[in-house]
Write a protein that binds this ligand. Structure first.
Ligand SMILES: Cc1cc2nc3c(=O)[nH]c(=O)nc-3n(C[C@H](O)[C@H](O)[C@H](O)COP(=O)(O)OP(=O)(O)OC[C@H]3O[C@@H](n4cnc5c(N)ncnc54)[C@H](O)[C@@H]3O)c2cc1C
Length: 466
């Protein structure tokens, strides 16, 4: 079912929106409509009919009330760094951008909490809290530009999820605008609190389909005083994956264990960092704590285990500049892979760690069988593998679809999931029934229609439109 508005509905809606917003907040020029019609999913562009740049909670509420009243779909967005098409306005209508709501309202050293607007860039909060000795752990690799609202909607993870968990573990409370404009305050400001159902837990990860976050209360931690980073070099990706499992089984919990396979290394090699010749795979390991000696000892132990499991070299980052060089290489993998082929589709299956080696081998074999290049990298420490399919010709698309389906089936068959952090959105909507039973899907659809009976908020995402 489509919710695409008629010309008359749109015209009336835009007139009503214009009456309550400043002219610079409502955009209908072709360039803006195109820009806000795509994200980082490589699913193409679905242009909006209008873009609203909201600046206050009242304006968010006004936009939702107005679009509902005129039967026009509305799709929230943050920085549009999403990889599952979540912010794409597939039925046109209004894109509601939260990017201008970027105040850090409060950082409390005593309570270890922060209160932020949804458009705050994740990296800006990280830096602000670090300046006062605190730490916000969730670190999606897009932290330099993604927003906290987008992180909440996708329940974003990142390299440090291995030790510190994902966004949901840090969201205490929300100001939430319901699809028809009602403003609610949910959750708590305290570390503990179990009053009523855990609605915050439900809304974090709801992918912009159950309402709009206009304020987020986050839990913080004291900042670890010492961080040590090392790059472990391996001859092959399977060896590296085995070593990751061995490190964790050896009783060490680093804050990151990021894997890069041979194709990913080829993509980033020489862009600010040169890998040793013959590197077949690498793991970026990071350990943190408060005592220099203890952190260093733990990293040394980690390196010993990795060496015993096939690592040929451990390159220890000497200082912040080298550390940043290694991380810049890791963060650029997604973009650099684009240079290797015309098209790239990125999956983010997550599998139990015990199944990681087998999964990587089967992904490679599948790529060879179908004649497609598969690059595997990602948060190996928590079994979250970004398997990217690289291809040049649109004629290969049916093969790519087969590969995506087989990857999903493989993940599920070993007890994993079709998405570890990027969300279902549009990209994996048709794969969700492979993982979840009809009863579970029906329960979620019922929730969606309870929140949004007309189905106008971000239609066509997670499930086919209601
Ligand atoms: C290079 C690169 C690396 C990445 N690395 C990671 C990673 O390590 N871990 C990870 O989890 N993700 C990663 N991502 C994916 C992406 O950055 C995250 O999903 C991020 O949380 C999206 O934030 P955003 O502000 O860009 O949201 P958008 O892409 O604009 O929107 C994402 C979804 O959130 C909804 N939304 C946005 N704001 C709100 C709001 N205020 N209220 C309700 N709904 C809202 C939208 O409707 C949409 O469904 C990466 C992306 C790129 C391009």
């Amino acid at each position: 079912m489509t919710h695409r508005p008629t010309a008359a509905q749109l015209e009336a809606c835009l007139r009503a929106l214009a009456s309550g917003l400043a002219p610079h907040q409502l955009r209908t020029n072709a360039e803006a409509l195109e820009d806000y019609g795509r994200d980082e999913s490589d699913l193409g562009t679905t242009p909006a009919d209008a873009v609203v740049l909201a600046e206050t909670t009242d304006q968010v509420s006004f936009v939702l009330r107005t679009t509902q009243a005129h039967g026009v779909p509305v799709t929230p967005c943050g920085a549009r760094s999403g990889k599952s098409g979540g912010s794409m306005p597939v039925d046109g209508g209004v894109v509601l951008s939260l990017e201008r709501m970027k105040k850090i309202k409060r950082i409390s050293v005593e309570d270890l909490t922060a209160v932020v607007e949804p458009g705050v860039v994740t990296g800006d909060l990280m830096k602000a809290v670090e300046e006062v000795g605190l730490f916000y752990p969730p670190d999606p690799n897009s932290w330099e530009w993604c927003t906290l609202g987008g992180n909440v909607a996708e329940n974003a993870g990142g390299p440090r999820a291995l030790k510190y968990g994902v966004t949901r573990d840090y969201v205490l409370g929300l100001e939430w605008v319901m699809p028809r404009g009602e403003v609610l305050r949910l959750g708590r400001q305290t570390i503990k609190g179990v009053a009523g159902y855990d609605l915050v837990g439900l809304l974090v990860g709801s992918e912009g389909t159950l309402g709009v976050a206009t304020e987020v209360t986050l839990q913080l931690l004291p900042r670890p005083r010492v961080v040590q980073t090392a790059l472990l070099i391996f001859p092959a990706v399977e060896t590296a994956a085995r070593a990751v499992t061995a490190v964790l089984a050896g009783g060490i919990l680093p804050r990151t264990l990021e894997l890069l396979d041979d194709v990913s290394i080829r993509a980033v090699d020489g862009r600010g960092f040169n890998f040793p010749p013959g590197t077949g795979a690498a793991v970026l390991a990071e350990v943190d704590g408060n005592q220099d000696d203890a952190v260093f000892a733990e990293l040394a132990q980690l390196s010993e285990i990795a060496t015993a499991h096939g690592a040929s070299e451990t390159l220890l980052a000497q200082g912040d500049a080298q550390r940043e060089q290694l991380w810049a290489a890791r963060r650029s993998v997604s973009t650099a892979l684009r240079a290797l082929a015309r098209h790239k589709l990125s999956e983010d299956i997550a599998v139990p760690r015990s199944a990681m080696v087998d999964t990587i081998q089967r992904l490679k074999a599948m790529g060879e069988e179908l004649g497609l290049t598969v690059a595997t990298y990602g948060h190996a420490g928590d079994g979250n593998l970004h398997a990217n399919i690289l291809f040049d010709s649109p004629d290969q698309r049916p093969l790519v679809e087969t590969a995506l389906r087989r990857m999903a089936e493989l993940a599920i068959s070993v007890g994993g999931t079709i998405t570890g952090e990027h969300g279902v959105g549009l990209a994996k909507r048709d794969l969700l029934p492979l993982e979840q039973s009809p009863g579970v899907l029906q329960l979620q659809r019922q929730l969606k229609s309870l929140f949004d009976p007309a189905g106008l908020l971000n239609p066509g995402k997670v499930f086919q439109a209601l």
